[in-house]
Write a protein that binds this ligand. Structure first.
Ligand code: IPE
Ligand code: IPE
Ligand code: MG
Length: 246
């Protein structure tokens, strides 16, 4: 049983398997992405109910531009539809939406929709729902490094004094951006066991849970099972296993 007293603060999810779900059902890939949006909606809802503070989902990577123009524009189109149809309910649930990634490159309509979602939910204090869009782990580290180099060049920062915190703060998860910090657990669906450029810096001590379900099949019940697997892990951070009392 899931222990409701020990819900992770920050859950990150690599929502993978929409394409294979579509193939399995003999429907176009976009229908798979649409089914994926529906699954996402339910996971946001359950996260809110469970009291998760941060839910971060990988929706579109910096590498996903390699796909056909039709698929890419279809994915962003679905995102706009999602925001339009769900924003009111999201807001009523006190959910705050934030975006992680380089939004400058997004299609104009998608950018408008995400900005609206960010602005309309800015005052909400419940679940923070971070959507990684045009997100790449290496790209965010590169940006942070470039920023620090600029500051060093301008004499505002001493290279010898740069801390982990100086880097973390400048990442999309950092205080200067979404402010969600490192994930406690990263869940990936569809049976693949890799990060695909997701949260490379932040995953240093995250627990990984890989499940075989294709993303559209990932129900809130399966989500709770994944969180239960996380709860059964022993996080040591390089230290010793705490000894059992008794
Ligand atoms: C994840 O599903 C959604 C995105 C990457 C946008 P995929 O589209 O990668 O599905 P598979 O991996 O091809 O099954
Ligand atoms: C990772 O899935 C990106 C998202 C889920 C948005 P991909 O399907 O793009 O990853 P690879 O290509 O299998 O590594
Ligand atoms: Mg995939």
């Amino acid at each position: 049983m899931l222990d409701k007293e020990r819900i992770p603060r920050h859950v990150a999810i690599i929502m993978d398997g929409n394409g294979r779900w579509a193939t399995k059902h003999g429907v176009p890939r976009l229908a798979g992405h649409n089914a994926g949006m529906k699954a996402m909606k339910e996971i946001v809802k359950r996260s809110h109910e469970l009291g998760v503070q941060h839910l971060t989902v990988y929706a579109f990577s910096t590498e996903n531009w390699k796909r056909s123009a039709e698929e890419v524009s279809g994915i962003f189109g679905l995102l706009v539809t999602y925001v339009e149809s769900e924003l009111r309910e999201i807001s009523e649930n006190n959910v705050r939406i934030r975006i992680m990634g380089d939004t400058d490159a997004l299609p104009e309509k998608a950018l408008k929709a995400v900005n609206k979602a960010i602005n309309n939910t800015a005052g909400n204090t419940g679940l923070q729902f971070n959507i990684a869009l045009n997100y790449g782990g290496r790209e965010e580290i590169r940006r942070a490094a470039a920023e620090l180099a600029e500051e060093a060049k301008a004499g505002r920062i001493d290279p010898d004094a740069i801390t982990d915190e100086d880097i973390s703060r400048r990442l999309f998860t950092g205080e200067d951006h979404a402010g969600c910090g490192d994930p406690d657990v990263i869940i990936r669906t569809s049976g693949e066991e890799r990060l695909s450029n997701f949260l490379l810096w932040q995953c240093a001590y995250s627990e990984f849970v890989f499940v075989d379900d294709l993303w559209p099949d990932f129900t809130p019940e399966r989500y709770e099972e994944a969180l239960e697997i996380y709860q059964n892990r022993n996080r040591r951070y390089g230290g010793r296993t705490p000894e059992k009392k008794g």
